[in-house]
Design a binder for this molecule. Structure first.
Ligand code: NDP
Length: 453
């Protein structure tokens, strides 16, 4: 690493102790863009990097609500408004007990470069709460969302900050949040994305992150003159991103052999077909059950519990051609990454945000895998959110094939700019370098043009 990057990172570390995920994300970006900073004196002079790692604004607030037993619950809510140089703040809300400021800052920071890559005018933000929707009744979730929005509403708006979903925030939560915003603000406007189709949502938004990731993977494979057809694929997670990754992989003729939740994974040697995928969607989106039930239902599948597994996750030892981690951050460590390489995987495309540790990513780059970092590969979700905002502004709803066509074109464009930047900086095929450089320069130039602030 260059002395310049060492100094920058030491400064960020000193200012942000106890935020390991944020520091991990910053280090990845700093390392990738080092040659850009070395070459561009104005970026250094105007301290673009020191400015881009500092959120424009952080809002932290109390969320009080009453559970079904009549007990008062207190949670902590946040919105990190990271960067608005190229558009209004945009990024999801995460409801999960692990949520803290450091995690949201890592996610908001990733979002800066991801949103820049989409070709759309989207700034970056992220928010959420340490609320666990698991095991809560619909009314409890509704009361929590109402309490959360009763503070957040004053900080967001269609030209200011437009949140969406993330872990623990799907269609149900977006509905409760939007209803509360509409009543408090007395405006019906496109303030959230991922809305229901009858009230301003976009076709293909639920599918967008998973479909987009598969489109991105297909582009990477195309550089080696091959396709997804007949490839065996490992998918982790069983939520929104995983479900539509599996759907598109099936459509393109791949064989998906796994999915997971936070308790364990299922490995289905016969492959997950459309019928089995419907079972997963019903299980996770309606009945809100555990993935173990998949193995109880289908005899070709085995269930492996992973709670408490610390040194490695046996899911990543299964034989496959491609892997689509789609659950959460750091789900693939150095041992898992080495196992994936050893078992012959040639492509890893990140549906989740930062699912691979820094050491794991290093393995993939060393082994010259086709390795799509989340800020490029999973940008389809926020891209279609941007298209939902465009439809809301027009007061129109576009056809399914039109939105999907835009999504496909955007993912191809993200692949092209990332590949081209990797070539310009002498590391062809290094999408980590390419995506970071392409995203960074777009935002950095906008910040330069808009003056110091
Ligand atoms: P969901 O809440 O729909 O699903 C999350 C899935 O990951 C569930 O299967 C969940 O299991 C599992 N999971 C969550 N936390 C953990 C954990 N600590 N260990 C193991 N498994 C875990 O979320 P999404 O599908 O929306 O998000 C998945 C990932 O994709 C996240 O990293 C998110 O930031 C990223 N992403 C999402 C986008 C979107 O449009 N939704 C856009 C871009 C990125 P369980 O049910 O047991 O909690």
């Amino acid at each position: 690493m260059s002395a310049l990057v060492d100094d920058l990172l030491a400064d960020v570390e000193a200012k942000n102790p106890h935020q390991p995920e944020f520091l991990q994300a910053v280090e990845e970006v700093a390392t990738a863009i080092a040659p850009v900073l070395e070459k561009n004196e104005r970026y250094r002079q105007e301290k673009i990097f020191q400015r881009i790692v500092e959120p424009e604004r952080v809002i932290s607030f109390r969320v009080c609500w009453m559970d079904d037993r009549g007990d008062i619950q207190v949670n902590r809510g946040y919105r990190v408004q990271m960067n608005s140089a190229i558009g209004p703040y945009k990024g999801g809300l995460r409801f999960h007990p692990s949520v803290n400021l450091g995690i949201l800052k890592f996610l908001a920071f990733e979002q800066v470069f991801k949103n820049a890559l989409t070709t759309l005018p989207l700034g970056a933000g992220k928010g959420g709460a340490d609320f666990d929707p698991k095991g809560k009744s619909d009314y409890e979730v509704m009361r929590f969302c109402q309490a959360f929005m009763s503070e957040l509403f004053r900080h967001i708006g269609p030209e200011r900050d437009v949140p969406a979903g993330d872990i623990g925030v799907g269609g149900r939560e977006i509905g409760y949040l939007f209803g509360t915003y509409r009543r408090l603000d007395n405006h019906f406007e496109g303030v959230l994305t991922g809305k229901g189709l009858n009230w301003g949502g976009s076709l293909i938004r639920p599918e967008a992150t998973g479909y987009g990731n598969v489109y991105f993977a297909a582009e990477m494979l195309n550089t080696r003159n091959t396709t997804l057809e007949g490839k065996t694929c490992l998918v982790s997670g069983s939520g929104n991103v995983a479900q539509y990754t599996i759907e598109k992989l099936i459509e393109l003729g791949a064989k998906v052999v796994s999915c997971s939740d936070s308790n364990g994974y299922v490995y289905d040697e016969a492959g997950i077909d459309r019928t089995k995928l419907s079972f997963i969607m019903d299980l996770k989106n309606k009945r809100r059950g555990r993935i173990k039930e998949f193995a109880d239902q289908f005899s070709s599948a085995e269930y492996v519990a992973t709670n408490g597994t610390t040194d490695h996750n046996p899911l990543w030892k299964q034989k496959a051609d491609c892997a689509f981690p789609s659950a959460t951050q750091n789900e693939i460590n150095a041992t898992d990454a080495a196992n994936l390489v050893d078992s012959g995987v040639t492509l890893v495309s990140e549906g989740a945000n930062m699912p691979v540790t820094a050491e794991g990513a290093h393995h993939f780059l060393e082994a010259k895998l086709l390795y799509g970092p989340g800020k490029a590969a999973n940008a389809g979700g926020v891209a279609v959110s941007g298209l939902e905002m465009a439809q809301n502004s027009q007061r129109l709803g576009w056809r399914r094939e039109d939105v999907d066509g835009h999504l496909h074109r955007i993912m191809k464009s993200i692949h092209t700019v990332s590949r081209d930047a990797s070539e310009t900086y002498g590391q062809p095929g290094n999408y980590v370098l390419g995506a970071n450089v392409a995203g960074f320069t777009k935002v950095a130039d906008a910040m330069l043009e808009q003056g110091i602030g």
